[in-house]
Design a protein around this ligand. Structure first.
Ligand SMILES: [Zn+2]
Length: 146
Protein backbone atom coordinates (compact mmCIF):
# COMPACT_ATOMS: atom_id res chain seq x y z
CA UNK A 1 0.00 0.00 0.00
CA UNK A 2 1.34 3.42 -0.94
CA UNK A 3 1.65 6.02 1.74
CA UNK A 4 -0.94 8.78 1.72
CA UNK A 5 1.03 11.91 0.90
CA UNK A 6 0.17 15.55 1.50
CA UNK A 7 -0.84 17.38 -1.68
CA UNK A 8 1.68 19.83 -3.09
CA UNK A 9 1.89 21.58 -6.43
CA UNK A 10 5.47 22.50 -5.62
CA UNK A 11 7.85 21.23 -2.99
CA UNK A 12 8.71 24.04 -0.57
CA UNK A 13 11.98 22.38 0.44
CA UNK A 14 13.14 22.05 -3.17
CA UNK A 15 12.12 25.69 -3.66
CA UNK A 16 14.17 26.68 -0.58
CA UNK A 17 17.21 24.86 -1.92
CA UNK A 18 16.76 26.51 -5.31
CA UNK A 19 16.76 29.90 -3.61
CA UNK A 20 13.18 30.67 -4.60
CA UNK A 21 12.14 31.39 -1.02
CA UNK A 22 14.19 32.83 1.83
CA UNK A 23 15.46 30.31 4.35
CA UNK A 24 18.36 29.98 6.73
CA UNK A 25 20.64 27.26 5.39
CA UNK A 26 23.12 26.05 8.00
CA UNK A 27 24.76 23.59 5.68
CA UNK A 28 24.27 22.52 2.08
CA UNK A 29 26.41 19.76 0.70
CA UNK A 30 26.06 17.59 -2.37
CA UNK A 31 23.59 15.20 -0.80
CA UNK A 32 22.14 16.75 2.34
CA UNK A 33 21.22 20.13 3.75
CA UNK A 34 20.42 21.45 7.21
CA UNK A 35 17.79 24.21 7.33
CA UNK A 36 16.43 26.23 10.21
CA UNK A 37 12.70 25.58 10.31
CA UNK A 38 10.30 28.50 10.64
CA UNK A 39 8.33 26.55 13.22
CA UNK A 40 10.64 26.46 16.22
CA UNK A 41 9.38 23.68 18.45
CA UNK A 42 12.36 23.45 20.75
CA UNK A 43 15.56 25.23 21.75
CA UNK A 44 17.13 25.26 18.34
CA UNK A 45 15.11 23.34 15.78
CA UNK A 46 16.53 22.38 12.40
CA UNK A 47 15.55 20.10 9.54
CA UNK A 48 17.94 17.65 7.91
CA UNK A 49 16.91 16.86 4.34
CA UNK A 50 18.34 15.17 1.26
CA UNK A 51 19.09 17.60 -1.57
CA UNK A 52 17.29 15.31 -4.00
CA UNK A 53 13.53 15.29 -3.69
CA UNK A 54 12.62 12.13 -1.78
CA UNK A 55 9.03 12.01 -0.54
CA UNK A 56 9.55 9.70 2.44
CA UNK A 57 12.23 7.78 4.30
CA UNK A 58 11.33 4.80 2.13
CA UNK A 59 12.53 6.72 -0.92
CA UNK A 60 15.95 7.73 0.44
CA UNK A 61 18.76 6.47 -1.79
CA UNK A 62 21.33 4.16 -0.20
CA UNK A 63 24.09 6.68 -0.85
CA UNK A 64 22.15 9.29 1.15
CA UNK A 65 21.49 7.20 4.24
CA UNK A 66 24.78 7.73 6.02
CA UNK A 67 24.98 11.38 4.94
CA UNK A 68 21.57 12.03 6.47
CA UNK A 69 22.45 10.32 9.75
CA UNK A 70 25.77 12.16 9.93
CA UNK A 71 23.96 15.45 9.39
CA UNK A 72 21.45 14.60 12.12
CA UNK A 73 24.37 14.01 14.46
CA UNK A 74 26.07 17.28 13.46
CA UNK A 75 22.82 19.15 14.02
CA UNK A 76 22.36 17.52 17.43
CA UNK A 77 25.94 18.38 18.42
CA UNK A 78 25.48 22.00 17.35
CA UNK A 79 22.21 22.33 19.26
CA UNK A 80 23.83 20.79 22.34
CA UNK A 81 26.77 23.20 22.08
CA UNK A 82 24.68 26.31 21.51
CA UNK A 83 21.61 25.70 23.68
CA UNK A 84 22.82 23.12 26.20
CA UNK A 85 19.33 21.58 26.43
CA UNK A 86 18.46 18.79 28.80
CA UNK A 87 17.51 16.61 25.83
CA UNK A 88 17.48 16.54 22.05
CA UNK A 89 14.48 15.22 20.15
CA UNK A 90 14.80 13.74 16.65
CA UNK A 91 11.63 12.89 14.77
CA UNK A 92 10.56 12.09 11.26
CA UNK A 93 7.06 11.56 9.83
CA UNK A 94 6.00 9.67 6.70
CA UNK A 95 2.55 10.08 5.16
CA UNK A 96 -0.48 12.11 6.15
CA UNK A 97 -1.54 9.68 8.92
CA UNK A 98 1.89 10.30 10.49
CA UNK A 99 1.33 14.07 10.20
CA UNK A 100 3.80 14.63 7.37
CA UNK A 101 2.93 18.03 5.90
CA UNK A 102 5.79 18.61 3.42
CA UNK A 103 6.28 15.79 0.91
CA UNK A 104 10.09 15.87 1.06
CA UNK A 105 11.59 13.64 3.71
CA UNK A 106 12.96 15.63 6.65
CA UNK A 107 14.39 14.83 10.04
CA UNK A 108 13.50 17.26 12.80
CA UNK A 109 16.28 17.86 15.31
CA UNK A 110 15.39 20.06 18.28
CA UNK A 111 16.70 20.75 21.74
CA UNK A 112 14.07 20.15 24.39
CA UNK A 113 12.45 23.05 26.21
CA UNK A 114 13.42 23.90 29.80
CA UNK A 115 10.12 22.39 30.97
CA UNK A 116 10.81 19.28 28.86
CA UNK A 117 9.58 18.08 25.49
CA UNK A 118 8.98 20.20 22.41
CA UNK A 119 6.08 22.43 21.33
CA UNK A 120 3.21 20.92 19.35
CA UNK A 121 0.41 22.64 17.48
CA UNK A 122 0.71 26.22 16.29
CA UNK A 123 3.98 27.98 17.10
CA UNK A 124 5.28 31.44 16.18
CA UNK A 125 6.98 31.41 12.79
CA UNK A 126 10.48 32.71 12.23
CA UNK A 127 10.96 35.27 9.50
CA UNK A 128 13.71 34.23 7.11
CA UNK A 129 13.41 37.27 4.85
CA UNK A 130 16.89 38.56 5.46
CA UNK A 131 18.41 35.35 6.63
CA UNK A 132 19.67 33.30 3.72
CA UNK A 133 23.26 32.43 4.51
CA UNK A 134 26.15 31.18 2.51
CA UNK A 135 26.21 27.43 2.37
CA UNK A 136 29.94 26.90 2.45
CA UNK A 137 30.74 23.65 4.21
CA UNK A 138 33.77 25.40 5.67
CA UNK A 139 31.45 27.80 7.50
CA UNK A 140 30.53 24.91 9.76
CA UNK A 141 34.03 23.90 10.67
CA UNK A 142 33.80 25.33 14.19
CA UNK A 143 33.83 23.06 17.19
CA UNK A 144 30.05 22.86 17.33
CA UNK A 145 29.96 21.18 13.94
CA UNK A 146 33.00 18.95 14.26
ZN1 LIG B 1 11.44 18.46 -2.58
Amino acid sequence: MALSMPPADRCPFCDYLAGLHPVTVLEQGEQVAILVTREQRGQGHVLVIPIAHRPTVIDVAPAEEQQLMNAVRRAARAIAAVYDPGGIAVWQNNGVPAHQTVPHVHFHVAGTLPEGGTRSGEVPRLDHRRDRQASQPSSLSGPAWG
